[in-house]
Design a protein around this ligand. Structure first.
Ligand code: UDP
Length: 238
């Protein structure tokens, strides 16, 4: 890690769709499978996780149906905390020590977000799960993934994707000549409007020289391998 430790430290972003298995709510089987893959790397890799919430609510969508945007965003943030608890449960069942840190205070279910404590947990082989996004409306969990990665000094952001296994030269669903890219730069991704993470998040990674790997969840052992640093998917760098 960048703070003098020798072990690899990563920030894994799991979007809400990973938790829902494509549906509303939490699909326990899917979460369990991810947890078991993460468990295999504990002791080798220090893992912090930012959890999305799109399987419950997205503020922007609720506001289009007439809700106040900020209140809807808070609902979105609360959804991420439910995902955190599901992931925490299956990680603990797999024998992993975990801590959930929430950006919105809710002492009964999660610690507060305290960056230095998070780092200490990582050093002690605890998986740290960050919930409630930034605690701020109008932000996304992608942006939070970049911010938390920087603050806990992760070596890399790992964007786990569902239904696609990297960044392609064109949309593989529409263009049969599309090929998977091994690497690209943030400038290219921003210029071509490639939506592997939102633009605010990409700009933050770019400005702070933080590398990212985009990989597909679906392959056998992919989450484990990505955590261990295998060159899956596409690497995005400055
Ligand atoms: N959200 C927010 N501030 C944050 C993070 C998330 O307001 O810092 C809200 C926002 O409404 C968002 C929802 O929480 O739509 C769920 O997060 P996101 O859409 O990033 O989840 P994902 O797409 O990764 O499932």
């Amino acid at each position: 890690a960048h703070d003098g430790g020798t072990r690899r430290r990563v920030l894994l972003k799991l979007s809400g769709e990973v938790f829902g298995g494509g549906k509303l709510g939490v699909d326990p089987e899917t979460v369990q499978a991810v947890a078991e893959q993460i468990a295999q790397t504990v002791g080798t890799v220090e893992t912090a996780i930012v959890v999305g919430g799109g399987n419950f609510f997205r503020g922007a969508e609720l506001s289009q149906s007439g809700m106040d945007r900020s209140r809807a965003d808070y609902m979105g943030m609360l959804g991420t905390v439910m995902n955190c608890l599901a992931l925490q449960d299956f990680l603990e069942q797999a024998g992993v020590d975990t801590r959930v840190q929430s950006a919105i205070s809710m002492a009964q279910v999660a610690e507060a977000y305290i960056p230095r404590r998070a780092i200490r947990h990582l050093e002690k082989d605890r998986v740290v799960i960050f919930g409630a996004g930034a605690g701020l409306p109008y932000f996304s969990t992608d942006t939070v993934a970049a911010q938390r990665a920087l603050e806990v000094r992760a070596d890399e952001v790992l964007m786990a994707k569902s239904g696609v296994d990297g960044v392609y030269s064109a949309d593989p669903k529409k263009d049969p000549t599309a090929v998977k890219l091994e690497s690209l730069t943030y400038d290219e991704a921003l210029l071509k409007n490639i939506r592997v993470m939102d633009q605010t998040a990409m700009t933050m990674c770019k400005d702070n020289n933080l590398a990212m790997r985009v990989f597909g969840m679906e392959g056998d052992g992919n989450v484990t391998n990505a955590l261990l640093g295998e060159p899956l998917g596409t690497r995005v760098t400055v």
